[in-house]
Each structure stands twice: as C-alpha cells, then as structure tokens.
Design a protein around this ligand. Structure first.
Ligand code: NAD
Length: 347
C-alpha cells in the first residue's frame, strides 16, 4: 500500500484545539490580531474573487457557503443560521471552513469555525467602529446577549476603548449569563430591563439578536444624534433588526454591497440607496464619520474575506503552537494516474 504523501495530510483544527489556541494567544489579543489581519485584506479588496454567499433557505433557517480567493489561496466557510435552534439546545450559528492552495487545489487547512466566526464577527464589528464611532466613545449598548455577545463586548473593549457595556435581551437568563461571563474582564457591566434603558448614554449600539422576521429592536425615536450602530443580527432575507426610519437618517457602511442588499438591514431600502463600502474607508478611498452629530450604521452581514483572513491567521499560528491534527483527507497515490491501483492495494 502507498504511504500517503505529506501533502495528502491536511491540518485540522478541532473545537478543542481552537479553544486551546484562544487561551494560548489570549482572547482580546486574538481579536486585535484579527482586526489587523482583516484590515490588511480590506486594503487589497479589489484583488479578491467576490460573490454574494450561496444560500439555501428553509422555513426555519439558512445554510450558506462563503467562497473567496486572493489568487494564491482559496477559502470557503460553511455556515448556518437557525434562530429556533437555541430552543432545542443547539447553536443558532455553526460553521467550519477550509483554505486551499490555488496552484494545486490541495487543501491547506480545515478548521472548526463556530468559535472562529464569533471571534471574527466581533473583530470586524470593532474594526468598523474604530473607523466610524464618535471620538472617545466608551459606552456600548449590547442588545441580544446570546452566543456572540461576550465576544462583541471584549472586542470593543480591546479595540475601541469601550469601558461600559449595557446589556439587554428579551430573555433575562441570557443577560445574566452574559453579565456572569464578562465579570472581572475589565468592563463595567450594567444589566438593563429594556432596550431603551440599555441605550441610555451609549455612543455605540450593537444589536446582535436572532429572530427570523423583520424585527424592530430599535425605533428611530430611541436614538439620539451621533451614535454608531453596529447591526449584526440582521443577516438574511426577511431577518432585520432596525426600523427603516433609522436607516433613512444614517450614513450606511457595508461589507460587499451585492450581498448586503440581499441580506442586510438595507434590504428594506431601494437598491439605489447610497451606501459606502467599509474597505474603501479603510483604504482611504471614502470618508468615514464626517461629523460628531452623524448617525453611522455598520450594516454587518459577514463576508467571506473576513473568514479568509481569520483562517490564514489561524494557519500561521499553528506553525507556532502545533495545535492541529493531521487528517488523511486527500487521496494521493504515488502514481497520480493509479488511483484505482491504490484502492485495490488497500485490500
Ligand atoms: P443566539 O441565538 O445565541 O442569541 C440571540 C439572542 O437574541 C438570544 O439570547 C435571544 O433571546 C435574543 N433576542 C431575540 N429577539 C430579541 C429582541 N427582540 N430583543 C432583545 N433580544 C432578543 O444567536 P447568536 O449566535 O448570538 O447570533 C445572534 C445573531 O447574529 C444571529 O441573528 C446571527 O445570525 C447573527 N450573526 C451575524 C454575523 C455577522 O457577521 N453579521 C455573524 C454571526 C452571527
């Protein structure tokens, strides 16, 4: 029987190893590193292959594939979104992803991405706020206290200098869980009884709820001038968080317009409504916040390049930590044309 060649083995990052990696690096450091990694790729945005993600919808959720390539490396993520899962004791969002060598098509890395998605989503949110939030913003409302919430809070603390987080969730148990997890992590945590109370004094408002409907987590009359909105939970057709009137008085920033027009808050607006692309702000090609009174909105849906950046970061860190298993995943006979012979010799 042929011995598999080294390139036939694909490094695999399990959930256990991803958690070890987070602890080895430190969770805040992991997310500040990801901000640098994602910013570097946003600066070279035009050279990536881009497409809106490929979605398969059902009554209860969506399953999506998110591919991209920079010409040297290809990546994709498999991700689902099932708001009703939580009631069955399951995650709303799970994911895994892969990097491959464009030169050979051989995979370079397979990784869990449920945890990595929470880290990269929080890093992307904090990166957007770094460019768009009002100067000196140190208080954030965090509405929706589920699986993503603590990651968001810690990223805003580490990247944007947020010191107070005001929590609200329709389920008080979620808020209690979030407050417990954030205790002793350097943030002042205030649990609130309503969204109105949570946004009191907050210069940044993050919405990260899960509900498969046109929800209205915030209405226009709740928001004062100058806030930065980080709308994370509206990421699917028919699934939004903000009242349309908020959109009409906000400067809206998006990842990839063809995808966000389908999935983001702006699905509520006509397709010609102006938006700015976050990569252009980061690359110095479009203005970010232009006045203290402006309401800025990052209409986050999550884009493939963020996952690509995160996977590349993890791959680099494996070289330092060795936190991967080797998967016998690619059939690679010594004689490339003798695939059949390899199978028969295995008898
Ligand atoms: P989750 O199910 O763990 O948590 C969602 C929380 O929202 C729950 O605690 C629920 O009680 C709360 N909630 C629902 N309706 C609410 C309301 N009206 N007001 C206040 N709270 C409410 O889900 P999660 O994994 O934390 O994900 C949250 C959302 O973020 C999902 O919609 C998911 O699809 C989205 N998401 C977006 C990105 C992105 O890149 N933009 C990435 C990951 C997840």
């Amino acid at each position: 029987m042929n011995a598999p060649s080294p390139q036939a083995f694909v490094p695999f990052v399990s959930v256990a190893n991803m958690m070890r990696l987070v602890h080895a690096i430190g969770i805040e450091r992991f997310m500040t590193d990801l901000v640098e990694e994602i910013e570097a790729d946003f600066r070279r945005w035009p050279l990536f292959d881009k497409t809106p993600r490929v979605a398969s919808h059902s009554d209860v959720g969506v399953i999506e594939l998110m591919p991209t390539s920079d010409g040297e490396t290809y990546g994709f993520k498999y991700v689902n979104g099932h708001p009703s899962n939580m009631r069955r004791g399951l995650q709303t969002v799970t994911a895994f992803g892969l990097l491959a060598d464009v030169g050979t098509g051989y995979p370079l890395l397979l990784s869990e991405m449920t945890i990595l998605t929470a880290l990269r989503t929080a890093a992307t949110s904090a990166m957007a706020a770094k460019w768009l939030a009002p100067k000196g913003a140190d208080c954030m409302a965090l509405i929706g206290n589920g699986a993503q919430a603590e990651f968001q809070a810690l990223a805003f603390g580490a990247v944007c200098g947020v010191t107070e987080v005001r929590l609200y969730d329709i389920d008080p148990a979620a808020t209690a869980k979030c407050a417990r997890n954030l205790a002793g992590r350097g943030l002042r945590v205030v649990s609130c009884a309503s969204a109105e109370e949570a946004i009191l004094g907050a210069q940044i408002v993050t919405t990260v709820t899960a509900d498969k409907q046109y929800a209205t987590i915030l209405t226009d009359n709740m928001l004062g001038a100058g806030v930065h909105l980080n709308a994370v939970g509206g990421d699917c057709p028919g699934k939004t968080e903000l009242h349309r009137d908020i959109l009409l008085r906000s400067e809206i920033f998006v990842e990839y317009p063809p995808q966000t027009r389908i999935e983001g808050e702006i699905q509520q607006l006509p397709p010609e409504h102006p938006v700015r692309e976050l990569w252009q702000v980061i690359a110095g090609q479009a203005p970010g916040r232009q006045s203290a009174a402006e309401v800025t909105l990052f209409d986050s849906v999550g884009f493939a390049i963020e996952d690509f950046s995160a996977l590349r970061y993890v791959r680099r860190k494996l070289a330092e930590t060795g936190l991967a298993e080797q998967l016998d995943m690619i059939a690679d006979p010594d004689d490339p044309r003798d695939l059949f012979g390899m199978v028969m010799r295995a008898a």
